[in-house]
Design a protein around this ligand. Sequence first.
Ligand code: NAD
Ligand code: G6P
Ligand code: MN
Length: 441
Amino acid sequence: MRKFSVVIAGGGSTFTPGIVMMLLDNSERFPLKSLRLYDNDAERQATLGAALEILLKEQAPEVEFIYTTDPEIAFTDTDFCMAHIRVGKYAMREQDEKIPLKYGVIGQETCGPGGLAYGMRSITGMLEIIDYMEQYAPNAWMLNYSNPAAIVAEACRVLRPDSKVLNICDMPVGTLRRMSQIVGKQPKDLDVRYFGLNHFGWWTSVKDKEGHEYINQIRDYVAEHGYLTQVEVDTQHMDESWQATHKKAKDILAVDDRYLPNTYLKYYLFPDDEVAHSSCTYTRANEVMDGREKTVFDAARRIVETGTAVDSGFHIDSHASFIVDLARAIAFNTHERMVMIVENNGAIANFPDDAMVEVPCIVGSDGPEALAQGKIPMFHQALMRQQVTVEKVAVEAYVEGSYQKLWQALTMSKTIPSAKVAKELLDDLIEANKDFWPELK
Ligand code: NAD
Ligand code: G6P
Ligand code: MN
């Protein structure tokens, strides 16, 4: 069987060990020739790199493994780049969350002003790694998790239209896992119909392979419990604040119970509740730094100290399984059905062709082919049009270096009450992001 070379960009990510473990777990379905980590923060990456070097020596000595900050060494002759960079790292996620809260506006990694601020940072980092990939591995595919995926995807559509970059999100997969538990099935037994934008969508059908429809059964459950399930479904999305988010799906569903909502809709439909439950001094970024980041980096340091990765404390999650399945779908033309972020081009019949939407696709060696989801109701369409315009205008602001357009994007965001607040926020965000954003005039 053919063997593949993979580079993980954002090698110092908290998700890197999970993806490496998943790749090793799948070595028969997706054999590895080489595995490389690439990051622009040598020190952060080295902690994980040194631990993973030990783990690979023990579990897969045949795989060539390196970690580097040199893009030429990292990317040359790779088949896939699995990307999950965070431009500005956790320090800037903290700013994205805390600055809006000062104005009584939600502070969130990918939604509202925080998401826009992160988007303006991410585009530059993404273009950089896409260009490295195309220079050193012209045939490679980039499978990108880096957020905010909606803005990154729109920026790729506009600025790198011919690049082989696939933008993905683990939320539809993670929530499907919960749905599968609600109906007593395995996630792989279920096929969905889904439409929306990234972090802004709805399931319209959840069927098993025999064609039995579960949407009503799941809706009845969600109307009572949200997506909270009894048994641990995953290692991801398990912290208390995530449990509150799964539960909140109950309120989102009540607004329109035709379809099952993505949990991220809470930031747009219930921003006031969200702000009321937020602390201005301790946000999700702090929880992650004290939680996942600490756990993963402590585990890595322990491996290095003891010289062995037996009982390492690294684990696989549904986040990792999705990206490895996607790599397999392309490598082996599996035609697996997966929810992906793609240019609409008619997949949602009554929505602009040039919108980046999230819909089920059939994925093979040529990439994703979107499945037609038909027409959507006015309620969903209106919400999506507003949000997709925010994303498009933000990308225009980036391309043109336009202060005015970024102000307009913020003003259009459903999360911000007025143009006045949008402007005050923008001025604060510009100051906080001066090392990362393009200059705005
Ligand atoms: P993290 O901060 O732990 O890791 C990100 C790494 O990227 C850091 O080591 C950082 O040094 C590196 N980096 C930053 N800019 C870079 C650049 N220009 N080139 C190379 N490396 C660079 O973050 P994390 O919490 O592990 O998350 C990583 C990313 O994955 C984030 O963007 C996050 O939002 C995203 N994510 C997306 C999904 C999804 O559904 N799409 C799910 C989970 C995480
Ligand atoms: C989900 C989303 C990601 C987001 C992550 C944040 O997985 O799909 O896009 O980055 O949640 O999780 P965290 O644990 O970092 O708050
Ligand atoms: Mn996501």
